[in-house]
Design a binder for this molecule. Structure first.
Ligand code: 13P
Length: 248
């Protein structure tokens, strides 16, 4: 049985004082859950979030990192830096990074490898655009993104990787993929992983759905055979909504 994982992605929201009070509230609400609860916060919230989340079952992640350990990369943060704070997870290749910051599959692969090298668990995002879905090439797009993101990793490393299927057209739009469509897409990601790494890996790897997950649709989505939880944007900014999603 794969564990259920609910990860919030705060994107560019929340000041440190807001992060602290959010985590204090959420920690009580989810005290008893057996699901893995992760909050991926802005860099500027990491320190206070880690401190506040100590001795709770909330894990803290970052939303991006550079693939080099150090050097002349003004404004960048490395995996080694994240690890030194005690960060456990890091989102890699979010569609907003691919779209606005021109991250390619090659960069996503380099970052995934660097995350693992620094003992961070990457949450690797893949997903098709509306245009790609309308032309019927969504499966090809997401399986290729998956293959390229994970290229060169070994089976053991895959145990620390989470994949998130986030159709771009469903992010922040209020449009959710139907649970059947999301499940189908995630099955095709699992099949690709089986081809590349074997059945044991494809059956144990955690694959999340992201894109307008809310309290009203989370239960149905998370009850599908291949969906192991969610990567939640907007609804992870409201503590009551996020609690409902975690407990769904
Ligand atoms: P929304 O839940 O706001 O659609 O965002 C999804 C997302 O991008 C999570 O990474």
């Amino acid at each position: 049985m794969r564990k259920k994982v609910i990860a919030g992605n705060w994107k560019m929201n929340m000041l440190p004082n807001e992060a602290i009070s959010f985590i204090e509230k959420l920690a009580h609400m989810v005290e008893k859950t057996e699901n893995e609860v992760i909050l991926c916060v802005p860099y500027t919230d990491l320190f206070y979030s880690l401190l506040t989340a100590q001795n709770t079952n909330i894990k803290i992640g970052a939303q991006n990192m550079h693939w080099e350990e150090k050097g002349a990369y003004t404004g960048e943060i490395s995996g080694k830096m994240l690890k030194s704070l005690g960060v456990e997870y890091v989102i890699i290749g979010h569609s907003e990074r691919r779209q606005y910051f021109l991250e390619t599959d090659e960069i996503v692969n380099k970052k995934t490898k660097a995350a693992l090298k620094n003992e961070l668990k990457p949450i690797v995002c893949v997903g098709e655009t509306l245009e790609q879905r309308e032309t019927g090439i969504q499966e090809q797009v997401i399986t290729t993104q998956t293959k390229l993101a994970l290229e060169g990793l070994d089976k053991e490393q895959l145990q620390n990787v989470i994949v998130a299927y986030e159709p771009v057209w469903a992010i922040g739009t209020g449009k959710t993929a139907t649970s059947e469509d999301a499940n189908e897409a995630i099955k095709s990601i699992r099949n690709q992983i089986e081809k590349d790494f074997g059945r044991d890996v494809s059956e144990s790897i955690i694959i999340l759905y992201g894109g307008s997950v809310k309290p009203e649709n989370s239960k149905e989505l998370f009850s599908m055979s291949d969906i192991d939880g969610g990567l939640v944007g907007g609804a992870s900014l409201k503590v009551d909504d996020f609690e409902k999603i975690i407990l769904a």
